[in-house]
Design a protein around this ligand. Structure first.
Ligand SMILES: Nc1ncnc2c1ncn2[C@@H]1O[C@H](COP(=O)(O)OP(=O)(O)OP(=O)(O)O)[C@@H](O)[C@H]1O
Ligand SMILES: [Mg+2]
Length: 245
């Protein structure tokens, strides 16, 4: 049984259907990369998983259980299991790095401060920010802030981490440190769905590459299959365009 199963999921914005029957499975420890042209629906897939964009039909199972997106409690449950990190990291500017990471586990989950702080320290170490506990976001680089956002998501102990173009707002020299953090998570066995334009990175780190276009999954395969020998015309066309520059 896959850890996550997305079955025939559809979603629309107004009259515009932006997900047109998405089927996707993710195994534990798997790293799936969603790629495809702008507007193809990659972010919407992630948003639908955590109930930020309502699905109009189809369903999502996690660990064999169907998520009832009509129930607020079930959506909260889904967000406990799947944490999403966006391109815009939205840290709380008036709080230290440590506080940003520990806020939700202590305030929302009601967990003990000492235990949460010890864990947060480990996570900040993992993302390479052990020395920045007491810094405020505006004292950090964009890459450092994005790594705090990743630590903050991990503090909720998600089973699956959803990363939506977490490097695309960063200056090129800061991209590497965030990619290194994701590599480290991968080596720890974290299950992830990554939306990324960093094709070399996708090729290196993903187990599965999912190519989307116009709200549909056109082709799925290993990085090697997808990059070296895509079967569909649309995937070939996409790779032809992006790999040329
Ligand atoms: N809040 C919204 N209201 C209306 N339409 C939206 C909204 N968000 C996204 N869309 C539309 O839904 C479609 C899918 O958008 P989505 O953001 O999922 O694409 P994407 O593949 O993530 O693109 P990009 O690579 O540019 O981030 C697009 O046609 C987009 O214009
Ligand atoms: Mg997007």
């Amino acid at each position: 049984m896959p850890h996550l199963a997305v079955n025939e999921v559809r979603a629309k914005y107004g009259a515009h259907e932006v997900l047109r029957g998405i089927n996707l499975t993710i195994e534990k420890g798997e790293i799936a990369a969603l790629i495809g042209p702008s507007g193809s629906g990659k972010s919407t897939v992630l948003r639908a998983l955590v109930g930020l964009t309502p699905i109009t039909s189809g369903g999502v199972d996690i660990a064999g259980q169907s998520i009832n997106y009509k129930s607020a409690a079930a959506v909260r449950g889904a967000r406990d299991r799947m944490a999403i990190v966006f391109q815009q990291y939205n840290l709380f500017q008036n709080m230290t790095v440590m506080r940003n990471v520990t806020l939700a586990p202590t305030k929302i989950k009601g967990r003990a401060k000492g235990e949460v702080e010890a864990e947060a320290a480990r996570l900040l170490d993992l993302v390479g920010l052990a020395h920045k506990h007491d810094a405020y976001p505006d004292q950090l680089s964009g890459g450092q802030q994005q790594r705090v956002a990743i630590a903050r998501a991990l503090a909720l102990k998600p089973q699956i981490l959803l990363l939506d173009e977490v490097t695309s707002a960063l200056d090129p020299e800061l991209v590497t440190e965030v990619l290194d953090t994701i590599r480290r998570l991968a080596s720890e066995g974290m299950t992830m769905i990554i939306v990324s334009h960093e094709m070399a990175f996708v090729r290196e780190v993903a187990n599965k590459v999912v190519f989307m276009d116009s709200g549909e999954i056109i082709e799925t395969g290993s990085p090697k299959e997808m990059f070296d020998n895509p079967k569909t015309e649309r995937a070939r066309d996409f790779f032809g365009k992006i790999l040329r520059h």
